[in-house]
Design a binder for this molecule. Structure first.
Ligand SMILES: C[S@@+](CC[C@H](N)C(=O)[O-])C[C@H]1O[C@@H](n2cnc3c(N)ncnc32)[C@H](O)[C@@H]1O
Length: 266
């Protein structure tokens, strides 16, 4: 049986089109083989809402949904049934953090429980990362995680709509912008450009795109290029925007990829 699973802290999240009996056998096996897994949750639908929280229901093991996920020396408190979190973004977090230079001013539009911001802060303590989140539960976890990872001085949390907060407080401000939410990628790009200091800097733009089954690197680059051209056209953008780098972050479904696009605006 083809079971898709993802481990967050002590919780294993499983998904499958198979029957319940097979799923139970799989969950029992995981609980007995892997001592660090203590709870199994079943994902019952695809993530589709704006807060990106999956529908999860208790399946097996301890009924404890609050967990601590450890990644590259950082720790994140969260409840995966109430907030978005994906361990499959861990490499992308490190990749972005490694690009940051000394004393950069950064805005993270869609921060969740804070993993991108905290990874950057830990790697580059001289940077300041303004971290915005709409979901109050995720925002509370972000505050806890900022404390737990000792980055109170350089990760500044905001509760609210990034579009409103950035328009009010951050026009002509940042060196780097992180946009980790493909469903709002097109809408966010023109505001992100306005938030860059003198409309110059780097934007980490995350998009989703149809790649079909035989994906290759050229497809990813083509998707990014076409999407950028579309957003530029629709928003009548006159800035010089170039694509520096693209990579597939993960599959969102068999044919849809989550794609990282690093943009330079100058
Ligand atoms: C895909 S998640 C990414 C979270 C985080 N960057 C991570 O990698 O774990 C997107 C987050 O953006 C938040 N969000 C959605 N719309 C928003 C908005 N208009 N302003 C601020 N945050 C928003 C959601 O609640 C969610 O936590």
């Amino acid at each position: 049986m083809n079971v898709i699973s993802e481990q967050i802290g002590h919780i294993l999240i499983i998904r499958s089109k198979g029957n319940l009996k097979d799923l139970k056998r799989f969950a029992e096996e995981q609980l007995s083989k892997k001592k660090y897994i203590r709870t199994v949750l079943l994902q019952t639908n695809k993530v589709s809402n704006e807060e990106r929280v999956p529908s999860l229901r208790y399946f097996m093991g301890e009924k404890k949904f609050d967990t601590i996920h450890r990644e590259y020396g950082c720790k994140f408190y969260l409840n995966p049934a109430k907030v978005f979190f994906s361990p499959r973004l861990s490499f992308e977090r490190q990749r972005i953090a490694s690009k940051v230079q000394e004393n950069e001013k950064i805005i993270n539009f869609f921060s969740g429980v804070g993993p991108f911001s905290i990874c950057i802060a830990r790697k580059k303590p001289s940077s300041v990362i303004h971290s915005i989140e709409l979901n109050p539960v995720a925002y509370q976890y972000m505050i806890k995680n900022i404390e737990a990872n000792k980055c109170k001085n350089n990760v500044i949390p905001y509760l609210g709509d990034a579009f409103e907060i950035v328009k009010k407080q951050f026009i002509n401000y940042a060196d780097r912008i992180i946009l980790p939410l493909p469903m709002l990628a097109d809408r966010a790009l023109s505001l992100a450009i306005k938030a860059l200091s003198d409309e110059k800097g780097t934007i980490h733009w995350q998009i989703s795109g149809y790649i079909g089954k035989k994906e290759n690197k050229n497809d990813i680059e083509k998707i990014a290029k076409e999407r950028l051209e579309k957003v530029v056209r629709e928003n009548s953008l006159t800035n010089k925007i170039s694509i520096q780098f693209t990579r597939k972050i993960r599959s969102l479904s068999p044919n849809i990829a989550h794609i990282a696009v690093d943009l330079t605006v100058n």
